[in-house]
Design a protein around this ligand. Structure first.
Ligand SMILES: CC(C)(COP(=O)(O)OP(=O)(O)OC[C@H]1O[C@@H](n2cnc3c(N)ncnc32)[C@H](O)[C@@H]1OP(=O)(O)O)[C@@H](O)C(=O)NCCC(=O)NCCS
Length: 140
């Protein structure tokens, strides 16, 4: 079955979004919080096969010259099919007016390098759960 890209988030099952983020080991919250995060984003993309949500991602942006990617995830059983690359390519196209930054999960840097990203030398973050993020390897 062909993959289908959706950019309209009105029909999305937000519990499913939360479940997929949990499955892949990323931060996950109550469905309403994900709905709010995607609704407040500059661009969102959801990849379906039939009725099944396989992956998604979103971009924050000023719409002028800066953007940042968040919540890029593909269901474990569907990884390695090019879906992640499709999500990043779609968001990059929507943000093609400017710079795009992100922080990769530890071990996923190569995935972003395959889509043309380079490692930052001066990236800084002030995480809310700073100890947890340090333990996960995001900060020094
Ligand atoms: C990271 C993730 C989104 C990649 O999605 P995917 O659909 O499996 O990736 P793709 O099949 O589109 O792979 C695209 C390219 O990246 C490469 N790649 C994928 N994962 C990689 C990794 N961990 N390290 C190095 N390269 C990787 C693939 O080999 C492929 O290379 P190619 O273009 O030369 O063929 C997916 O594995 C995932 O959801 N992981 C868990 C959640 C996560 O860590 N998300 C990122 C948060 S920053």
């Amino acid at each position: 079955m062909a993959l289908r890209i959706e950019t309209d988030s009105s029909g999305i099952d937000w519990q499913r979004v939360s479940d997929i983020l949990r499955e892949v080991g990323m931060a996950h919250y109550a469905p309403e919080l994900h709905q709010k995060a995607f609704a407040n984003s500059f661009a969102s993309v959801f990849v379906f096969e039939g009725d099944e949500l396989l992956g998604f991602g979103r971009a924050l942006s000023d719409g002028a010259y800066q953007a940042a990617l968040y919540d890029i995830a593909v269901r474990p059983a569907q990884q390695g099919r090019g879906i992640g690359k499709l999500i990043v390519a779609h968001l990059a196209e929507r943000c093609s007016f400017g710079n795009i930054i992100l922080y990769a999960s530890v071990g996923k840097e190569g995935f972003y390098e395959a889509s043309g990203f380079s490692r930052l030398k001066t990236g800084m973050a002030r995480f809310k759960n700073s100890e947890q993020m340090r333990a996960k390897g995001f900060t020094e």
